[in-house]
Design a protein around this ligand. Structure first.
Ligand code: SAH
Length: 250
């Protein structure tokens, strides 16, 4: 059983979904804490046992408020766990918790790593990011689109394998198409790609395609997209990006 530190908020990456995909450390801290703070969708994924704890949520877009609530509860002496999906330090809440924490002297933060969608999704597809790779989010909520475009081009120029997060949302239905258009101006249209929906959750699915085909695929906000480098290929029905052991890439 894990002994929790005093005056410390645990910022926990809960992995892709189900409780068995969490690290043991994350799971033990959740069992020991008094309050779990998080976005509703993630609280819903918790086991019935953990749902018996005090759960606090705020809607999307009220992330800073959610962080403040965590600090206020910790100030009262409660043992607080703050959950993010995947890894809290990868498009998660870890950085905002540190930024908010400057107003709350005396409360420490400890980040507990989790399995990010790039890892859990890659495992389902095969080994698509088994060499140098870039992780790029297509969400322009907090990043100007021009910068995203620049990063896509740079990743393609560098022949990185790519994992795309936030490939689509209600307001950004055509973003994956736009991103593929940019990548296709540099990369081969036959580049091996794949995407995974709802990793570790109900309705999980895997799909393989070429970069040209990916342009017209329909994905949602619970999808992570993988784009190979020039060496990526399908082996035995799986998408792999080789490290070069067989000599072909040396
Ligand atoms: N902190 C999270 C990422 C949050 S950003 C992590 O480390 O995984 C949200 C994006 O992550 C989604 O749009 C999707 O691209 C990806 N993602 C997160 N969980 C997912 C899941 N269970 N299945 C597929 N994609 C997921």
């Amino acid at each position: 059983m894990k002994k929790l530190k005093e005056n410390t908020i645990y910022v926990i990456g809960m992995g892709p979904g189900s409780e068995d995909a969490m690290t043991i450390e994350a799971s033990e801290i959740l069992k020991e804490c008094d309050i779990i703070v998080g976005y509703t969708v993630y609280l819903d994924l918790l086991s019935d046992e953990l749902k018996k704890k005090e759960l606090i949520s705020t809607p999307m877009r009220q992330e800073e408020e959610r962080c403040r609530i965590a600090f206020e509860e910790a100030k009262k002496g409660k043992k607080v766990a703050f959950i993010s999906s995947g890894d809290a330090g990868i498009y998660g809440m870890a950085s905002l918790m540190y930024e908010t924490g400057v107003d709350y002297e005396g409360t420490d933060i400890e980040v507990i790593p989790g399995v990010t969608a790039a890892s859990s999704g890659a495992a389902l597809l095969g080994a698509p990011i088994n060499h140098d790779f870039c992780v790029i989010s297509l969400s322009d909520l907090l990043t100007p689109w021009e910068k995203i475009e620049k990063r896509l081009k740079a990743a393609a120029e560098g022949d990185f394998a790519i994992a795309l997060y936030n490939p689509s949302s209600h307001k950004r239905k055509d973003y994956l198409k736009k991103a593929c258009g940019i990548l296709l101006s540099i990369k081969d249209k036959e580049t091996c790609c794949g995407y995974v929906k709802n990793i570790g959750r109900e309705g999980s699915s895997v799909k393989y395609c070429t970069l040209e085909e990916l342009k017209d695929e329909e994905v949602d906000m619970f999808t992570t997209v993988f784009i190979g480098n020039s060496q990526s290929r399908m082996v035995d029905g799986k998408l792999i990006t080789p490290r070069g052991y067989t000599g072909e890439n040396r």
